[in-house]
Write a protein that binds this ligand. Structure first.
Ligand code: GLA
Length: 729
């Protein structure tokens, strides 16, 4: 059988082309030079659809042979990867191998984010001549990184329309094995809960139909051996570089073979592909680890840091910021912002970020409260400065903040409009809404039609006027509701599935335009916290506000779960006030500081209301974070306490690339009378090296630190944080 083999340093991916041109998935796993078509079996099986050209031979069927890109109409009744309908409304295709080629460099995807770097591309073209259809499977092979990416281009080479009802980005089959699916579910204020589920003989499917990737399921999942743990076992990751409706699923078929796939949600896809045009399915970033979940995560950390994120701040420390949202909400004046900034400057904070409420009639202080919030029912869409509230043009404030030695950052939510806004009065048709149906509101707002260039340009022009008017070096780009009415007033042919896809492309277009105009701008992503925490956004926004929940103890879970697929360098994390505004919990400022340091560090509280002791601690935290930044962001990250467990404490550590330094972070999550001693372990050290603990002066071997750990002092309190540095001697 002809084979196409993709090698990375430690992994091999092999595809077979059988004698009839069917593309078979032969293997993905530890590196091997072998011919893996030996894994194929040809059993006589009844009760299946056999391709016509197999005649009376019943040893091959797309229903039980391992498929590389299963097609509806081929006789494969499992979850297929592609379903195409023709102009007569008939679904079904017969995709066979046409050609393949290797090219140097990494493919790009028109209109969609794609990873980049030192890679090779393999393109496999499948065709169905009856439909004039070509499907190009693209693979990006990152050798040193142990990463293989996939995406798909569907081409209509004919003149008749085709409709795409399903186009997965990646799909492959395992001929044997029993697996668990690890995924991360959640809600607003409670993102990223670890869940591990056995993949039995039913499809397990996570995804979003909200127009954004969503709080409910992160678009990243791991398929692993049932006994895989942090340090052992086979695991496969799929991370979707896409920020809209999607699905990731796994199922065991009737012969206990497992299919794993990811892509745009087919439930939401009905894409008209006219003759001569192409459709692009987004990229999936895949990795395989034979050494457990920890290694898989570290593959993703390095890759997202180096091959997904971009810009001036990709590898440099981002400014330590103070954001006024939890400090003031809408209740601020220009003078109040300056007071916070002045205090920030004294503490060593490097940037002031002005959050929601600076524009139009948004958050005006004399309006009626709605749901306890004053004025969040108005103003979105009107991106001009409320000079009355701010006490003058924004440049006045920015100049003063800059004069204090701070950078200035600004919040925007460019995809949204309130009915109570000048923009909506002028352009009601710019909002996505169905004629004759009252729209579903979310936070009193509607979603703008980002499938239309004039809408994107209109918002872009407004926002760039503000950014041009002052020295604004950071933008927090928010998105606070899901899409419900996918109806575009401009689309002649109304097509729900098309609009949700084109909307996401519109968001990427907006971000592209912003970065083209301001290449040094740091954009922090946000979507009511972590509703758009995906590798697609990370291409544009190298940091993302991970959750609106700023409680240090809940953040332990959120940040630990995020670490399965995403690096610390993306996490946005701030110290906020106590009692915490989301759950009322009281934690010490040391604990809040330490947890927030495992990310892009900042503060989100009224600095003018702090005690001297708190101010002194904040000053010290800032000095410490700056000193530790390199190991925190560029070091290898290890979960000492894995996700999903009921724990007495949560611990994680970072190790420098040369293994000469480690930073252990540990927070107790429970307290007891007459407690047990907690031993804080580190992982990833050199077992034969001796390390001195900077805090206690004690010396331990790497082996002891990894196998037993160091005893933590007993402290009579709840939620205590320990941070220990270990230096090789
Ligand atoms: C969202 C964000 C918050 C804050 C508010 C402002 O909820 O996640 O951080 O910016 O919007 O309205």
């Amino acid at each position: 059988m002809e084979r196409i083999t993709l090698h990375t340093q430690n992994t091999t991916y092999q595809i077979g082309i059988n004698e009839k041109g069917f593309l078979l998935h032969l293997y993905y796993g530890p590196r091997t030079e072998a011919d893996m078509s030996n894994l194929m079996t040809y059993c006589f099986r009844c009760g299946h659809g056999n391709p016509y050209d197999y005649g009376i031979d019943r040893t091959f069927s797309c229903d039980f042979s391992p498929q590389e890109y299963s097609c509806y109409g081929s006789g494969d009744y499992r979850n297929h990867a592609i379903r195409v309908r023709d102009a007569q409304g008939v679904a079904g295709a017969d995709l066979r191998y046409k050609s393949h080629r290797f090219v140097d460099g990494k493919y790009t995807i028109p209109g969609l984010p794609a990873s980049y770097g030192d890679a090779k591309t393999c393109e496999i073209t499948l065709e169905d001549p009856r439909l004039n259809l070509e499907v190009v499977l693209k693979y990006g092979v990152f050798y040193a990184e142990d990463i293989i990416t996939r995406c798909v281009e569907v081409k209509n080479n004919g003149t008749d329309d085709l409709y795409l009802n399903k186009v997965m980005s990646a799909s492959f089959d395992f001929v044997t094995g029993q697996y668990d699916l690890i995924h991360f579910y959640g809600r607003h204020f409670n993102e990223m809960n670890f869940e591990r589920t056995f993949v039995g003989h039913e499809a397990i499917s996570i995804g979003s139909r909200r127009g954004v990737s969503g709080h409910q399921h992160n678009p990243f999942a791991i398929l692993c051996d049932r006994d895989a743990g942090e340090e052992f076992g086979s695991c496969y990751g799929m991370s979707l570089m896409y920020s809209g409706n999607y699905v990731i699923q796994a199922e065991q078929d009737q012969y206990s073979q497992t299919r794993f796939q990811a892509g745009i949600s087919d439930e939401m896809l009905d894409y008209l592909l006219p003759g001569g045009e192409s459709f692009h399915a987004p990229e999936v970033i895949m990795t395989y680890s034979s050494e457990g979940l920890g290694k898989l995560s570290r593959n993703y950390h390095r890759f997202i840091r180096n091959n997904v994120c971009r810009g001036k701040y990709q590898h440099t420390r981002r400014p330590i910021l103070v954001n006024n949202w939890e400090a003031t909400y809408f209740d601020f004046t220009g003078d109040k912002l300056l007071e916070i900034s002045a205090e920030a400057a004294k503490l060593g904070i490097e940037m002031f970020v002005l959050d929601d409420g600076w524009f139009g009639n948004r958050g005006c202080l004399d309006c009626e409260p709605v749901d306890g919030n004053i004025g969040d029912d108005r103003g979105l869409g009107d991106w001009f400065v409320n000079e009355e509230k701010m006490g003058g043009p924004i440049s006045n404030i920015v100049e003063k903040v800059n004069a204090m030695g701070l950078k200035f950052g600004l919040w925007i939510e460019p995809e949204m409009v309130n009915e109570n806004s000048k923009l909506y009065q002028a352009h009601p048709d710019w909002a996505l809404q169905i004629p004759g149906k009252k729209p579903v509101l979310g936070r009193n707002q509607l979603v703008l039609d980002y499938t239309r260039d004039e809408v994107i340009d209109g918002i872009f022009d407004q926002i760039t006027k503000v950014v041009d008017s002052a020295n604004i070096e950071y933008i927090k780009m928010d998105m606070n509701r899901s899409i419900c009415e996918a109806y575009s007033a401009a689309a002649g042919h109304q097509n729900f599935g098309e609009i949700t896809y084109k909307y996401v492309l519109g968001v990427y277009k907006f971000l592209d335009k912003l970065l083209a105009r301001y290449p040094d701008l740091l954009i922090e992503g946000c979507s009511s916290g972590g509703a758009r925490y995906d590798a697609g956004m990370m291409y544009y926004t190298p940091q993302i506000w991970t959750s609106d929940n700023s409680d240090a103890i809940e953040r332990l879970n959120i940040q630990c779960s995020a670490s399965y697929g995403y690096p610390v360098s993306v996490v946005g994390s701030h110290v906020s006030a106590v009692p915490n505004h989301q759950n009322g919990r009281i934690t010490d400022i040391d604990t809040r500081g330490m947890v927030a340091m495992s990310g892009n560090f900042g503060y989100e509280l009224d600095l003018t209301k702090l005690s001297q002791e708190e101010k002194d601690k904040i000053k010290a935290q800032i000095v410490r974070f700056k000193a530790d930044w390199d190991i925190i962001h560029n070091g290898d990250y290890y979960r000492v306490t894995p996700g999903g467990e009921n724990r007495e404490f949560v611990a994680w550590n970072m190790v420098s690339q040369d293994r000469k330094q480690a930073l252990l972070n540990l927070v107790t999550t429970n307290t007891h009378g007459n407690p047990l001693v907690i031993y804080g372990k580190c992982k990833g050290l050199d077992k034969d090296t001796l390390y001195r603990c900077r805090e206690t002066g004690e010396v331990f071997s790497g082996a002891v630190l990894m196998h037993i750990g160091v005893p933590m002092p007993m402290v009579f309190a709840e939620y205590v944080a320990f941070q220990y540095h270990f230096d090789a001697i």
